[in-house]
Write a protein that binds this ligand. Structure first.
Ligand code: PEP
Ligand code: CO
Length: 451
């Protein structure tokens, strides 16, 4: 397989064709914002990035689980305390369920503190007879459906950095206090599980987690939140390469360049052309990298992509995130697993059961069905199990808020309930209850395969 011979730099991608990034009308202002972003302090450190990579190397050997989840698109305006608290809380609780059920370490990576850029299927939309740019996430343009709002604005690169910094600062503080939540099982809001066949088992599990924490308190004579720090990592799609490359730097006493805007970044399904800018950028950084794989793709290109981004075959570096949809996964996943294994590439396998299962409801909402999501997860586990491969991660879109964006789950939300609280700026997310329920069911599937 060919390896690029041209030299790489944080800006070498600018010489390649690029998808999904509209031209900024004012290139001088773009350069000014870019340069300012380059001077600002990093959001994360290279040590944290290396530590996540080590953890992912364990996952690739079947010794842990990566739980990556959060909003489809974060919004600048919703950089608010309650929203962040709710999301951190649901990520913590879901991961505790997994740890309890699976008995292996679970590493939390939020789609948070930088998930502000979105790929779109069309560049323009027509509003009141006028063609305007499509919304591409707050990092690029405004959500409001007017021509002015939708003009790509480079100042948003700086606002994104500031909002990510504020979010991350609060996540880190909550991580120190994170265990507090475990002491109050009444905050686990279990009523919704009443209609679920697993209700009793679920309740027993929460009790047992609470007892374990109390026991630890008694033994250490300290409350857990004072003695334990909860690790949280951040991630986003490396889509707006101006944002990512301005924060890509060398650090003292280490080889290579780090994207210091997040611990992990991923390559979206629509920007993985081998000869284009996003792949060029990602081949040069040290961070763990997710690669979304779904139709249309070829196995051959996927192998070349992995080789291009991880030529040293570093363990813990590549997370293959499959998103085939419940109807295609059975036909697609086995041969992909076999081909990657044949090459000997050390990858973490992840299932994204969200992006291949989106549809329009009869009342015109973009939605997903809890059962379809669970179907893809079940297929993913059973295929990996029969291929002798380890499915070590799931990738979900969820929120800690009480939204009505996906149908199904124990509460039986149906299409007529979607307009109660439909808030997403992009794809539909699982709400708090659906997330907890799904985490529980995912853990059961994992246990069936590897427990
Ligand atoms: C996403 O993760 O929000 C996304 C756009 O996914 P994909 O690239 O898999 O379509
Ligand atoms: Co999405």
């Amino acid at each position: 397989m060919s390896v690029r011979t041209k030299s790489w730099s944080p800006t070498s991608w600018r010489e390649y064709p690029i998808q999904q990034l509209p031209e900024y009308p004012n290139s001088e202002e773009l350069e000014r914002c870019y340069q300012e972003l380059q001077t600002l302090p990093p959001l994360v450190t290279s040590w944290e990035i290396e530590s996540l990579k080590d953890k992912l190397a364990n996952v690739s050997q079947g010794k842990g689980f990566l739980f990556q989840a959060g909003d489809c698109a974060e919004s600048f305006d919703l950089t608010r305390s309650s929203k962040i608290v709710n999301l951190v809380k649901v990520l913590l609780q879901t991961s505790f369920i997994m740890i309890h059920e699976m008995g292996v370490p679970v590493y939390r990576v939020g789609r948070m503190a930088g998930q502000y850029a979105k790929p779109r299927s069309s560049a323009y939309e027509t509003v009141n007879g006028e063609e305007i740019h499509n919304y591409r996430g707050d990092l690029i343009n405004g959500f409001g459906a007017t021509k002015e709002q939708r003009v790509p604005d480079p100042k948003r690169l700086l606002e994104g950095y500031h909002k990510a910094g504020l979010t991350l600062n609060f996540i880190r503080a909550l991580g120190d206090e994170g265990f507090a939540d475990l002491h109050y099982p009444e905050q686990w809001e279990l009523d919704f599980m009443r209609n679920n066949p697993y209700h009793q088992e679920y309740e027993a599990m929460v009790k047992s987690i609470t007892q374990a924490v109390k026991f630890m308190d008694a033994v250490s004579e300290k409350r857990q939140q004072q003695s334990q720090k909860v690790d949280f990592y951040t991630s986003h799609e490396a889509l707006n390469l101006f944002y990512d490359s301005a924060q890509t730097r060398k650090v003292p006493r280490k080889e290579g360049y780090y994207n210091l805007s997040a611990h992990m970044v991923w390559l979206g399904n629509r920007t993985r052309d081998l000869n284009e800018a996003h792949v060029e950028y990602l081949r040069g950084i040290e961070n763990p990298i997710g690669i979304k794989i779904g139709p249309p793709y070829t196995i051959d290109d996927t192998l070349r992509l992995i080789e291009r981004i991880n030529p040293k075959h570093e363990s813990g570096k590549i997370v293959i995130i499959t998103r085939f949809g419940k109807d295609r996964i059975q036909e697609e996943l086995p041969s992909l697993i076999q081909a990657i294994r044949k090459e000997g590439f050390p990858v973490v396998w992840s299932s994204d059961p969200m992006h291949g299962n989106t549809f329009s409801s009869s009342n015109d909402y973009k939605t997903r069905n809890f059962d379809h999501i669970m179907d893809e997860v079940k297929h993913a586990f059973s295929i990996h199990r029969s291929e002798g491969s380890y499915l070590g991660s799931v990738h979900l879109e969820l929120t800690g808020d009480d939204v009505t964006e996906c149908v199904g789950g124990s509460k039986g939300l149906d299409e007529s309930g979607l307009d109660l609280n439909y808030e997403t700026f992009c794809d539909p997310r699982l709400n708090y209850e659906q997330s907890l329920e799904l985490a529980f069911l995912i853990s059961k599937e994992w246990k069936k395969s590897y427990g």
